[in-house]
Design a protein around this ligand. Structure first.
Ligand code: ACO
Length: 382
């Protein structure tokens, strides 16, 4: 099918690896040293200390100057109530059986597009309120009304379970949301920035980010991590199960990263939160021993079988364990990831809008040439 290609076609990295496509003040991912900086703050210094509202204020600063500090926490609580009001009477019946991420996209698309802080807060709030509502519908329960005076993480856990969480549970969800709030120009953030650059609005940008996040190579991995642990079943089976998976050419979920060549610092932050939760409620973290054995076996095997590649534990491995311990169903894990990452998508979207530049890279034409076309390879310009 392919016509003769010009030997002068430029090289293309299909994954855009190493391409710098944005200047950001929001986060710095140091893949060689395994460090993540969120606007001047090292993740390991804030992960278990900050509430989600604090990291939201940090990322929104200058991009949404209308709101800050204490007023942001209350405004976010009120936005949860406004998001709840967007739920329609027939939604439970219509959406309960749909995959959570599809239900979330449907409900979020009701937020009118805009570029202002009210739209941004409604999107952050909606991510939590709609995920919780769907979790309850899928169990045959009614969605609960938010409490605007509660902290975001604690209210989210109550909206899912119907019970006020313990202090440690709320801290663990805050740790998770802070940990995943932003991470350089990952695939979903890039998607959000591209859409924002067209001035389509923040809802469109967030929906683009959510759609990119859904894939198993990005935010869709933690559910499959639990599936893997279930399939392995016991620590003594770990090595043989993983060896067979690698022999089939499968990727081990929760390992490897495009940027990190050492351990993902987010994995350690989440492991620390899991340890706090285990000390508080040991029964909730029953998979921890198996997970430890699987992690060690996987790392040893990846070193043996994938020599020359530095494949380490990534954020998704401990995400799976932490969210499971907090009572989220594995089908909901990607939505909970989006609850945290929406902060980064929105700040990046506003940062991109501020550049006043449409994102428009080029492609190299490598298809057949039209008969009448003259010499030379064209570059798409339209
Ligand atoms: N298991 C087995 N082999 C792997 C894994 C893995 N988890 N990750 C990479 N490799 C191997 C593959 O053999 C691949 O070689 P191939 O091209 O011959 O198939 C090679 O290493 C690719 O290495 P990298 O260039 O370092 O990885 P890449 O940047 O292409 O992919 C990715 C990164 C998608 C995260 C990959 O490691 C992967 O699929 N991991 C499993 C899924 C996962 O955990 N995703 C969550 C990532 S974290 C996040 O997005 C929030």
């Amino acid at each position: 099918m392919n016509a003769v290609l010009s030997p002068t076609l430029p090289d293309v990295d299909e994954g855009l690896e190493g391409v710098i496509a944005a200047r950001t003040v929001l986060s710095d991912v140091d893949g060689a040293r395994g460090r993540l900086i969120l606007r001047g703050h090292a993740l390991d210094e804030i992960a278990t200390r900050w509430r989600y509202e604090q990291v939201l204020a940090l990322l929104f600063e200058d991009f949404f100057p209308e709101i800050e500090g204490e007023s942001l926490a209350l405004a976010l609580g009120q936005a949860r109530s406004r998001a709840h009001a967007l739920i329609e009477p027939g939604d439970a019946a219509r959406l309960a059986a749909r995959p959570p991420i599809e239900a979330l996209r449907t409900l979020l698309s009701r937020v009118p597009d805009g570029e202002d802080v009210a739209t941004a807060l409604l999107l952050v709030a909606g991510m939590a309120v709609f995920t919780a509502a769907h979790a309850r519908w899928s169990r045959g329960e009614a969605a609960l009304a938010p409490d605007a005076n509660q902290p975001h993480a604690a209210d989210t856990l109550r909206l899912v379970s119907g019970r006020a969480p313990t202090r440690m549970q709320a801290l663990a969800l805050d740790t998770y949301l802070v940990t995943v709030s932003d991470h350089g120009l990952n695939a979903s953030t890039f998607a959000a920035r591209v859409v924002a650059s067209t001035r389509a609005g923040l809802t469109s940008a967030v929906l683009a980010g959510l759609s990119a996040l859904k894939g198993p190579l990005h935010g869709g991995a933690p559910g499959p991590v639990l599936d893997m642990l279930d399939a392995i079943g016991s620590a003594d089976q770990a090595r043989s199960w993983l060896e067979a998976a690698l022999a089939r050419g499968d990727r081990l979920m929760g390992f490897g990263h495009r940027v990190y060549r050492v351990r993902d610092p987010r994995a350690d932050a989440l492991k620390a939160a899991l340890a706090l939760l285990a000390a508080d409620a040991p029964q909730s973290t029953g998979r921890a021993h198996l997970a430890e054995a699987v992690e060690q076996a996987a790392l040893a095997l990846l070193r043996e079988k994938k020599q020359g590649r530095a494949l380490e534990t990534n954020v998704e491995f401990y995400t799976a364990l932490l969210l499971d311990a907090l009572g989220f169903a594995r089908e909901d894990f990607t939505c909970v990831f989006a609850m945290g990452r929406v902060a980064g998508w929105l700040a990046h979207a506003r940062e991109q809008i501020g550049t006043r530049r449409l994102v428009r890279p080029q492609s190299v034409y490598a298809g057949p040439r039209a008969q009448e076309q003259g010499q030379g390879q064209g570059q798409a310009q339209g």
